[in-house]
Design a protein around this ligand. Structure first.
Ligand code: FA5
Length: 346
């Protein structure tokens, strides 16, 4: 059997050297390495050998396979080079032809959605405030009313950079940054706040059709005198109606976030079935918009605002998930897969 293998190797290499064009090369590949090729059949017949001869034969046959594959690639390149040289000699290859044109491109679907969200909130008086993607443990958790070992930290699995710094799991730490900035102005009193905080967030979690390990959020924060839950519900209702159509209805459910009290989850009636129940809303009639609530007194105080005088609301919206709903996209992984066939559709 080993002799047969050696003969096969010699014969195959000689035949390979004799190939003169890509057709002959493909034929060689089919004959020796293809599914029904000589070597493949020989490898399959290993079971017919006496048990003690099988390992040595298997090793040798795999060695021949590796050699033949490498020789095939080398020959393929040599033939391609020869073909190019021939074309150059005959002047058939015009090296002065211009390359493929690069089109002007357009905004990514996430950027388009972000801009729609900015425009909606701008009309309600919200400024855009940017805060960093790399945060401290204190800002991402501690000052948001989640001291070390607080069980609510488990809701946000984190990418750590050393002991103290991390990739933010949500845009909420920006609440503290903007409050501290506006509380410490040259005027003696803190300023009222109405901002949205857009940006990328990171979570160490399983990637699925609905969850990425990096995604965008838009945080909203309003702090003032006499701000109530009704203002929050009004802002979210307005947002849903502007993005998805004036007939949208909003549903509020009680929820829990350590940095808001009370905390709510806002849903809107399903844009596809109008609340009848379908695959997109999992037959519930409702779709999640995001988490929200009244800013917790501890968070207001951490931001430099006295909760006896000030109140505020905050919300956190996804960006890709609303875009998925709006454009009927069924897999979040498409957003950052860099496939132009997908991106050109928007
Ligand atoms: C939060 O992140 C809170 N910080 C929101 C908040 C802000 C509550 C202010 C109260 C006050 P949550 O983990 O539910 O909450 O995320 C908010 C939104 O981010 C989700 O509704 C969803 O649209 C989006 N999101 C969360 N995780 C992912 C993910 N892995 N992939 C894509 N989108 C995600």
């Amino acid at each position: 059997m080993l002799d047969q293998l050696n003969q096969l190797e010699e014969k195959a290499l000689a035949a390979l050297e004799a190939t003169k064009d890509s057709d002959a090369l493909a034929e060689w590949n089919r004959r020796y390495l293809g599914k029904k090729g000589v070597l493949t059949l020989m490898l399959r017949s290993v079971g017919e050998l006496p048990r003690d001869e099988r390992p040595a034969f298997g090793r040798a046959a795999n060695g021949v396979k590796v050699k033949l594959e490498a020789a095939y690639e080398a020959q393929e390149q040599a033939l391609r080079r020869a073909e190019l040289a021939r074309e150059l000699e005959q002047g058939a290859l015009d090296v002065t032809l211009p390359g493929r044109p690069v089109g002007p491109g357009h905004l990514h679907i996430t950027t388009q959605t972000l801009r729609q969200i900015y425009a909606i909130f701008a009309e309600m008086g919200f400024q855009v405030y940017e805060s960093p993607e790399i945060e401290t443990d204190e800002l991402n958790f501690g000052l948001l009313n989640m001291p070390p070992h607080h069980p609510a930290r488990d809701m946000w699995d984190t990418f750590w950079i050393g002991e103290e710094a991390l990739l933010r799991t949500h845009t909420s730490p920006g609440q503290i940054r903007v409050m501290r900035e506006r509380a410490n102005t040259t005027c003696s009193d803190p300023e009222p706040i109405r901002v949205i905080l857009p940006g990328k967030c990171y979570r160490y979690e399983q990637i699925t059709a609905r969850s990425e390990h990096q995604f965008y959020q838009v945080e909203g924060l309003a702090v003032g005198h006499g701000i109530t839950l009704t203002d929050l519900i009004g802002a979210l209702t307005e947002f849903a109606r502007r993005l998805y159509g004036p007939e949208r209805k909003i549903r509020i459910r009680g929820s829990y976030f350590p940095f808001t009290e009370p905390s709510i989850e806002a849903d809107m009636d399903c844009i596809l079935c109008g609340g009848e129940g379908c695959r997109v809303c999992k037959y519930s009639g409702w779709l999640e918009i995001g988490g929200a609530g009244m800013v917790h007194p501890v968070v207001l105080r951490n931001g430099g605002y006295d909760p006896a005088e000030w109140s505020g609301f905050a919300f956190g919206l996804g960006v890709e998930r609303p875009a998925m709903l709006k454009y009927n996209i069924d897999d979040i992984r498409l957003f950052y897969g860099n496939d132009l066939r997908f991106l050109r559709q928007f």
